[in-house]
Design a protein around this ligand. Structure first.
Ligand SMILES: Cc1ncc(COP(=O)(O)O)c(C=O)c1O
Length: 361
């Protein structure tokens, strides 16, 4: 069994008992390849005194910064120790309840809900490439469920479901009193995307989850947030441990939300690399999903050889994200995070060579 998350490539090599090549490139994680915003490096020294004091219990100054950034009240924001903590707290709230997950999607929804004995309803999209949500089945189950999770844009396919379809689900949420969790961890990357945050004010069953990890390259500090009506925020606060947001994270996150230029340049660069690599995949006869974010999900022309491809690449120090633990993808698709041009070129070279030797070119 391969690890069920990307990143931490040394653990993968250890598990497979393969020596890790010195110049390994990890495409299995999908955080910003630009690295931290420069402003954080410049301010680094001034952050040290924060280590000596207890942090703010609700994650200030980040809490107020998020509220201002999204034009909501602080009572509508819950700061989490990564979006991952928010999923754990939601699952704790919905222990033993019926909850819907639409697959293939991020594995933490299922992991956290299973740990709380939730009764899971697993629905699958009908077409991976075009991402057709099974709307009639979703509505039927929402009538009896406590919540539904949607990943927008979806991980690992990068597809953003059409706004009108999500709107229907949000309306059903109110009609059937079923919470709708919209995971917008990757929406920062989508130019002109319509976030569901402004709709929270008028939709009492809507919960939007965001992560600072992906855009700001902050995987190590653990910082995310949820935006929802106050009653929902109170449910999360009640379940969180005291001082769950460390002081460094709260201050660094607040600085990051000022980094508008970094954000815009990152979006542009990732899009440029994504579009270029999609052309490579097309040329090589690979299928791919309609990703709008900073990773690509593709299938080899001969998907039955996916495991061989994955292992051959590992031996060359190239780690892509397998999909063996994603329902509906069954290991026959791969996700690659967008990296610098030279790293993408190396992947192109290895992929081309592999398909020439093993595939249909
Ligand atoms: C879709 C999605 N949501 C949330 C998360 C968790 O983000 P965080 O690092 O803020 O816990 C991830 C991490 O991979 C993710 O892929």
């Amino acid at each position: 069994m391969l690890p069920s998350h990307g990143a931490n490539p040394h653990l993968l090599f250890e598990q497979l008992k393969i020596p890790m090549p010195a110049n390994t490139i990890d495409f299995s994680e999908n955080v910003n390849f630009a690295g931290l915003p420069n402003a954080i490096l410049e301010k680094w020294g001034s952050l040290l005194p924060l280590l000596e004091k207890y942090p703010h219990p609700n994650g200030e100054p980040f809490l107020s910064k998020v509220a201002k950034y999204h034009e909501v009240e602080t009572s509508n924001v819950f700061v989490g120790n990564g979006a991952a903590e928010i999923f754990a707290l939601l699952a704790n709230w919905w222990a033993n309840e019926k909850v819907i997950i639409v697959h293939p999607t991020f594995s933490e929804y299922e992991a956290t809900l299973t740990a709380q004995n939730a009764e899971l309803v697993h629905l699958e999209v009908t077409n991976i490439e075009n991402w057709k949500l099974p709307l009639p089945r979703i509505e039927a189950h929402m009538k009896k469920a406590k919540a539904i999770y949607l990943c927008t844009p979806n991980n690992p396919t990068g597809v953003l479901p059409p706004y009108e379809q999500l709107q229907k689900i949000v309306q059903w949420g109110e009609q059937y009193e079923c919470y709708v969790v919209m995971d917008e961890a990757f929406i920062d990357w989508v130019e002109g995307a319509t976030s569901w945050i402004p709709s929270v004010a008028t939709h009492p069953y809507l919960i939007v989850v965001r992560s600072m990890t992906k855009m700001y390259s902050l995987a190590g500090i653990r910082l995310g947030y949820a935006i929802a009506q106050c009653e929902i925020i109170e449910q999360l606060e009640r379940r969180a441990s005291h001082w769950h947001i460390n002081a460094l994270a709260a201050q660094i996150g607040a600085y990051c939300l000022d980094e508008e230029e970094y954000l815009n340049v990152s979006i542009m660069q990732a899009k440029k690399q994504r579009l270029a690599f999609e052309q490579v995949l097309l040329r090589l006869g690979c299928k791919m999903t309609k990703s709008v974010t900073n990773y690509i999900c593709f299938q080899l022309p001969n998907p039955e050889k996916s495991r061989d491809f994955y292992l051959d690449l590992l031996l060359k120090g190239i780690v892509v994200r397998h999909t063996e633990n994603y329902r509906g993808l069954n290991g026959e698709w791969f996700r690659i995070g967008i990296k610098t041009q030279d790293k993408m070129a190396r992947l192109e070279q290895e992929l081309t060579q592999w398909i020439k030797l093993n595939g249909s070119l």
